[in-house]
Design a protein around this ligand. Structure first.
Ligand code: C5P
Length: 219
């Protein structure tokens, strides 16, 4: 049998985009394949964690041993993360849409006058809320896709959002939707640079790092 250093630990992982409906046929979304988040859920489960994967609309198979909750919008993702608490570990990989709009119940018609103006509301920041939650998981990890000043922006994001670690993803190359990721792991002591790695390997390293963290500090 494989060693299971995370046996008895509960983890919640978010992955994929969210879709914010404009009307029954249109939506607002960020670009996200969900591959990195699904790989993180799979890697944590492989180390024995009890994983809830809150997944936006993606076409990926559920990793073995993972409990999957499918959602569409940021508000639904927020509720599903809440419902997965208490948890020891949270890894928020989802590319949550920053804004939503009040969806029209009927398809908006193009014909006629000017295009419609969308009135946008800000979505909740699920990672920032979880970091300050009464039931805050012991280890909260965020992701950050950055194109420049990657480490500085990610370190600032870590402080602003109140999470423990930020996995900063250099997306200045052709990473979006691709197989590889270039990572800087930022914690309270500084940044660790990882080489260009397949998303599955990034996930395995991260899961191992999480297991080591709980071995050193079992509280
Ligand atoms: O601010 P930014 O979107 O770059 O932050 C990325 C991190 O915050 C990711 O971990 C993402 O899953 C999380 N996030 C979130 N809820 C939002 C926006 C981002 O949980 N509304």
């Amino acid at each position: 049998a494989e060693p299971a250093p995370l046996a008895g630990r509960r983890a919640v992982v978010t992955a994929g985009p969210t879709h914010e409906p404009i009307d029954p046929v249109r939506y607002i979304a960020n670009r996200s394949s969900g591959r990195q988040g699904f790989a993180v859920a799979a890697a944590l489960a492989k180390l024995g964690a009890d994983v809830t994967l809150v997944a936006g609309p993606v076409t990926l198979p559920t990793p073995p041993g993972v409990q999957r909750v499918d959602i569409e919008t940021a508000l639904q993702m927020q509720a599903a993360v809440e419902a997965a608490l208490p948890a020891d570990i949270a890894v928020m990989v989802a590319a949550v849409a920053d804004w939503r709009t009040d969806a029209e119940p009927r398809k908006m018609k193009k014909a006629g006058s000017a295009p419609p103006a969308l009135s946008l509301k800000e979505n909740p920041d699920i990672l920032a809320e979880l970091s300050r939650h009464a039931e805050r998981p012991a280890l909260v990890v965020g992701f950050a896709a950055e194109t420049h000043n990657v480490e500085a922006h990610a370190a600032a994001k870590r402080t602003r959002k109140g999470c423990d670690w930020i996995v900063a993803n250099d997306v200045s190359g052709g990473v979006m939707g691709g197989a590889d990721n270039r990572i800087h792991l930022i914690d309270e002591t500084g940044a660790e640079d990882w080489p260009d790695l397949p998303k599955e390997e990034v996930a395995r390293r991260l899961a191992t790092r999480i297991a080591d963290h709980f071995t050193k500090d079992p509280s």
